[in-house]
Design a protein around this ligand. Structure first.
Ligand SMILES: Nc1ncnc2c1ncn2[C@@H]1O[C@H](COP(=O)(O)OP(=O)(O)O[C@H]2O[C@H](CO)[C@@H](O)[C@H](O)[C@H]2O)[C@@H](O)[C@H]1O
Length: 631
C-alpha cells in the first residue's frame, strides 16, 4: 500500500555522506568537552583517566564507540547524578552483548513495575501516517496506536501527529471525538504557503493530533484507492512532517505547548522528513536545539523515492540536497538519458536521525546486509552504533481471547473449551463443513510479495490433498485476490478466500483456526504470529526477521527447547520446507494432543505487553539525548 517505489537494489553516494561523518566527529568533540577537556590525540585510556580524576565534573564515560575498523568515534556520557539508577537499568539491557548497541530483551524481573518506572519524563512526538483505531492498513497502525499509550502510562507527555483522513464513509466516525483546535497554520512547501488545521482528542493519556488538509479528504485508504497509489503522496506526507514539527511549538494542548525540547519518533518514510527539517530548517535559527529524533523503520522496502527535481518542493534549504540524494544504479534506470538521480526520504532520515530503531533485533541485523537492506545496507552498517532492534508488543486489551467481543466464545489458557466453539462458528460462517477435528489453517495479511503469497499459491494443490481446511483473509494485489476467488471455487469444501480488510473477521480467524501460516519473504516484526500465540493458534512461519525472534521451533526430541517452543519455523523459503513444517504441525495436532496443548499454553501465557518494548524505547531515548543533536 505504501506508495513509494519499491527499492530492489540501489546505490547511494560515497561512504558515507559527509553529514554522517561530521555527525560522528561532532559527537566526539562534544563529548570530550563534557568529559574534562581531553583531546582526540589523548586516546581513550588517557581520557578515561582524566574522567576518573574529575568524578564530580559534568559527566562520566560509560562506553567508547568505535567504528568497524576499531577507530574511536565517540563516547557515551552520563551526568554523575542518577548514575546508580542508570547502571541498574542499562545493565539488564546490554549485559549479554556489551559490544553492540542493539537492545537485548530485558529479563522478566526487570519489567517489574518498580524498575520500569522512568527516571526522566520526556515530551514525545510520534509522527505516523496511520494510527489505530483512527486509520489502519497494517501493523504500523497497531504500533502507533499502542506504543504511545504505553509511553504515556510511564510518565511521558506523548503526542501522536497523523493525518485526519476523511473518506466520506462511516469510517470517518472514528475521528468524531476530535475537536477542531481552530489553529490554522501555514507551512511553506510545494511552491507556497499551505494552510493546515489541527484536530485534537485526548484519549488514554495521549494527545492525538490530526492534521487537517483537503488532500487527506478522499475515498480510499491512506495511500491509494481502487485506481492505485495516489500521485501526490509526496506532497501529503511532506505536509504531515512540516505540521508535526510545528505542532509542539504552536498547539496549547491542555493549556501548554510541548515546546522545543521534544523527542520525535518518526515512523517509516512518511515521517522521514522530520529529522531533516529539525536539522536543516529549525536548528540554524536556534529552534529545536535541544530536540532529538529517532527514526523507526517498520519496513525498509518502502523508502519514499521521487525524482530529484521534486527536492525544491520540500521546503528545505538547497544546500541540504545531499542528505536526501539518491542515485539509482544503471540497470534500474529507464532509458539512456536517465541519470538515475532521485530524492529518498528514508535515506535522509537514516543520515540525520539521532538514533534508529527497527521493530525486531533480527531485522535490525538483516537491514545491514545486502539481501535485506534494499540498498541502504552500507549506510545503515555505517550507523550501526546508533541502530537498535526492539520487538513490538501488542495491544493485549484488544487481543484477549478471554474477553474478545468479536469471537463466538471466550476462552483462556485455564479453560480452552471455548476455542473449539470458535472454530465451529468460523466454519459455519464460512460455509465450510463443521468438523471440529479437522486441522484448520489461517492466513491474514496484505496480499503482497512480502507476505509469501506466491509460496502459498505454489503449495496449494499439494496442501489441499491433506485433510485440512484453509482460510485466507487479505486484500492488496488484484492478481492474488483473483487467485483466492478462483481457488475457492476449486476447493469448495476446503478453502475460503475472504478478500477485504475486516478487523472482526481477523479476530474470528485468529481464534477459530488451529494453525496460522506466515511464509513471509521478509518480516520486520510481524504481529499476526503474536496475536495467534495469544489465542492458542500455533504459528508456522518462515524463519526470518521478527518471526525468527518471536516463534520458537518445536522439536519433540530436544527436551530443552521443548519447554520454550511455541510453533514451527522453516527455512529456506521453499514450498518443500513450508509443506514439511505444515505436515509436522498437522501430525502433532492429529496425533500428539498433549504436545499440542503444551504449545498452545506456552504461547498463550507469554508476555506480549508493551511494557518491555516501552522500557527499551526509553533507553534509546536516553541515548539520543546523551549525544549532541545532528546539525
Ligand atoms: N485483510 C485484513 N483484515 C483485517 N486486518 C488485517 C488484514 N490484513 C492485515 N491486517 C492486520 O494488519 C496488521 C498487519 O500487521 P503485520 O505486522 O503483520 O504487517 P505489516 O506488514 O502491515 O506491518 C509492518 O509493520 C509492522 C509493525 O512494526 C511489522 O510488525 C511488520 O513486520 C511490518 O511489515 C495486523 O494487525 C493484521 O491483523
Amino acid at each position: 500500500f505504501n506508495n513509494s517505489r519499491s527499492i530492489r537494489q540501489l546505490r547511494f553516494p560515497s561512504l558515507l555522506n559527509s553529514k554522517t561523518r561530521n555527525a560522528n566527529l561532532r559527537s566526539f568533540s562534544g563529548n570530550l568537552q563534557g568529559g574534562g577537556g581531553a583531546t582526540s590525540q589523548d586516546g581513550p585510556f588517557a581520557f578515561e583517566d582524566q574522567v576518573s580524576h574529575h568524578k564530580d565534573d559534568r559527566a562520566l564515560v560509560l562506553a567508547r564507540e568505535t567504528d568497524d575498523f576499531g577507530y574511536l568515534v565517540g563516547f557515551r556520557l552520563l551526568p554523575n547524578s542518577g548514575l546508580e539508577e542508570f547502571m541498574n537499568v542499562s545493565h539488564s539491557i546490554t549485559e549479554e552483548d556489551s559490544s553492540s548497541d542493539e537492545v537485548e530483551k530485558p529479563k522478566v524481573e526487570d519489567t517489574e513495575e518498580e524498575e520500569a518506572k522512568t527516571r526522566v519524563s520526556h515530551n514525545i512526538v510520534v509522527v505516523t501516517s496511520e494510527a489505530a483505531p483512527y486509520s489502519k492498513t497494517g501493523g504500523l497502525a497497531d504500533v502507533c496506536g499502542s506504543l504511545p499509550i504505553a509511553l504515556a502510562s510511564r510518565g511521558h507527555r506523548v503526542m501522536v501527529v497523523t493525518p485526519r483522513y476523511i473518506h466520506g464513509t462511516s469510517e470517518d466516525l472514528k475521528f468524531a471525538g476530535a475537536v477542531d483546535l481552530d489553529q490554522s497554520t501555514k507551512v511553506f512547501c510545494f511552491g507556497g504557503a499551505q494552510e493546515i488545521g489541527f484536530y485534537h482528542e485526548y484519549r488514554e493519556g495521549v494527545d492525538w493530533v490530526f492534521v487537517d488538509h483537503p488532500s487527506f479528504h478522499r475515498p480510499g485508504n491512506p495511500y491509494g484507492d481502487k485506481f492505485g497509489t495516489f500521485g501526490d503522496n509526496q506532497f501529503r506526507f511532506t505536509l504531515l512532517c512540516h505540521a508535526a514539527c510545528e505542532a509542539p511549538l504552536v498547539l496549547p494542548l491542555g493549556g501548554f505547548s510541548y515546546g522545543e525540547k521534544c523527542l520525535f519518533l518518526a515512523n517509516d518514510w512518511h515521517a522521514s522528513l522530520v529529522p531533516i527539517l529539525l536539522a536543516a530548517k529549525y536548528r540554524p535559527h536556534g529552534v529545536y536545539k535541544d530536540a532529538r529524533s529517532i527514526l523507526v523503520i517498520h519496513n525498509i522496502a518502502h523508502q519514499g523515492v521521487e525524482p530529484a527535481i521534486t527536492y525544491r518542493n520540500l521546503g528545505l534549504p538547497s544546500e541540504w540536497y545531499g542528505a536526501l540524494e539518491w542515485v539509482f544504479p544503471t540497470w534500474a534506470r529507464t532509458h539512456a538519458l536517465d541519470t538515475g538521480e532521485a530524492v529518498n526520504f528514508l535515506k535522509g532520515a537514516v543520515v540525520t536521525a539521532d538514533r534508529i530503531v527497527t521493530v525486531s533485533k533480527g531485522y535490525s541485523w538483516e537491514i545491514t546486509t545486502s539481501e535485506g537492506g534494499c540498498g541502504l545496507h552500507d549506510l545503515l552498517s555505517s550507523r550501526k552504533s546508533i541502530l537498535s532492534g526492539i520487538t513490538n508488543g501488542i495491544d493485549v486489551t484488544e487481543w484477549d481471547p478471554s474477553c474478545d467481543k468479536h469471537i463466538a466464545c471466550n476462552y483462556s489458557a485455564d479453560d480452552l473449551s471455548g476455542k473449539a466453539e470458535c472454530k465451529i462458528s468460523l466454519q459455519k460462517e464460512l460455509g465450510l463443513p463443521m468438523r471440529p477435528d479437522c486441522p484448520m489453517i489461517g492466513f491474514i495479511g496484505r496480499l503482497d510479495y512480502q507476505k509469501g503469497i506466491d509460496l502459498i499459491r505454489l503449495a496449494m494443490p499439494e496442501l489441499m490433498e491433506a485433510d485440512v481446511q484453509f482460510v485466507m483473509l487479505g486484500s492488496g494485489n488484484p492478481i492474488y485476490e483473483d487467485w483466492m476467488r478462483a481457488t475457492e471455487s476449486i476447493y469448495k469444501d476446503k478453502f475460503r478466500g475472504w478478500v477485504g480488510f475486516n478487523v472482526p473477521i481477523s479476530h474470528k480467524i485468529t481464534a477459530g483456526c488451529d494453525i496460522l501460516l506466515m511464509p513471509s519473504a521478509f518480516e520486520p516484526c510481524g504481529l499476526n504470529q503474536l496475536y495467534a500465540m495469544r489465542y492458542g493458534t500455533i504459528p508456522v512461519v518462515h524463519e526470518t526477521g521478527g518471526l525468527r525472534d518471536t516463534v520458537h521451533n518445536f522439536n519433540p526430541y530436544a527436551e530443552e527447547s521443548r519447554a520454550e517452543s511455541t510453533g514451527w519455523t522453516f527455512s529456506p523459503l521453499t514450498k518443500e520446507s513450508m509443506l514439511a513444517a505444515l505436515r509436522y504441525a498437522i501430525q502433532t495436532y492429529n496425533e500428539y494432543k498433549s504436545s499440542w496443548e503444551g504449545l498452545m499454553i506456552r504461547g498463550m501465557t507469554r508476555d506480549y505487553t508493551w511494557v518491555n518494548a516501552a522500557t527499551q524505547y526509553e533507553q534509546v531515548i536516553e541515548w539520543a539525548f546523551t549525544d549532541p543533536p545532528y546539525c
